[in-house]
Design a protein around this ligand. Sequence first.
Ligand SMILES: Cc1cc2nc3c(=O)[nH]c(=O)nc-3n(C[C@H](O)[C@H](O)[C@H](O)COP(=O)(O)OP(=O)(O)OC[C@H]3O[C@@H](n4cnc5c(N)ncnc54)[C@H](O)[C@@H]3O)c2cc1C
Length: 349
Amino acid sequence: MDLVDRFFPDPVKHRTFRALLCFAAIQSTYKGPYTAGSAFCLVYTMALNGSGGLMRRVRGGMGSLSEALGRSITANGGEIRLKQVVKRIVIEDGRAVGVELRSGEVLRARTVLSNLDKPATFLRLVGDEHLSPSFVDEIAAIEHKGAWVHLLFKLDGLPEYGGEWASLNRDVHARFGGAMVPDPEQMQASYEACARGELPEHSPIAFQIPTIVDPSLAPPGFHIASAYGFFFPCDAPSAERGRLRDAMAEKVIDRICEYMPDFRERIVERAIFSSDHFAAMHGATNGDFTHGLIHPDQMLAARSVSEGSAHATPIAGLYLCGAACHPGPGVTFLPGYGCANEVMRTQLS
Ligand SMILES: Cc1cc2nc3c(=O)[nH]c(=O)nc-3n(C[C@H](O)[C@H](O)[C@H](O)COP(=O)(O)OP(=O)(O)OC[C@H]3O[C@@H](n4cnc5c(N)ncnc54)[C@H](O)[C@@H]3O)c2cc1C
């Protein structure tokens, strides 16, 4: 807020800007906008050169990116094995020499790259016995939290803005979505409620109807919508979190209905995910898709686990290539690009 106050000090005239910048500052943290260190995430969100921030859309949905990457790998003679769980990284004489799948099959390799987060890579797949106690402590201390719910909807038509927003209906692209964000003080109070294990009163929401720009994502006559609600009390006791997730989803839908009153009645199907789902289905520590929150003490050089390299690890032949390493999370391809270059330079020459 020190930074936001400096450029947008007027709570009335700058209300929307202040709220949007606050959301950008907290959306991949476990902080409120008044918590020290939140400016780092604001800079990270806005900084990607020329893109206007990290939010971009891919025709056909995000899966088409993975499919394109897959086509490129197979076209270059690579082989992809889908739905194979790696049980452990095989270490021989202190060096990573391959992976063992859940089926028991061992795939040997000169170099092993992991795009899992650091606790998943080192504590689950490598194992403490191959690591120094101080390194194990360092990895265990990284802050991983998933204070979010993600909602996906199938709608039987395009919802309309109501009330003071109704004039936006004239331009269909205005219905694509955006952020529905409370004032900074409400956002801070919501963070503090979340940290106490309670549902937030005012959850900031990122909302989209991507079928407006890409109708291929739904059958004719239907739309899909996605909402990301923040400050889910991810530290509440696990037995309570299913109920809290569903209650938070209802609050998110109510909030969308404040802008689009017919939204709820247009829902024909819904899926609600929290970080617990992401942890169980994708092995992300505490369901943290950032693989280590965007806090200043976890970014830049602090993301590295090996002196002088963003990707090398204390285990020879094992490299990090995903969001856990520099420069960090988001669909940027930058961690993989940096890792590939380092491996080519040091391992294959
Ligand atoms: C709800 C939500 C909204 C987001 N919004 C945005 C956004 O708007 N913009 C943006 O840029 N980013 C966004 N992100 C973040 C982005 O998705 C991540 O930063 C990015 O996917 C990280 O990529 P990665 O390849 O490093 O790791 P991941 O995408 O986490 O990939 C790791 C993969 O490893 C697999 N895996 C895990 N354990 C094993 C194992 N033992 N064996 C085999 N496979 C395993 C997992 O299934 C997963 O496929 C969002 C994420 C979520 C969850």
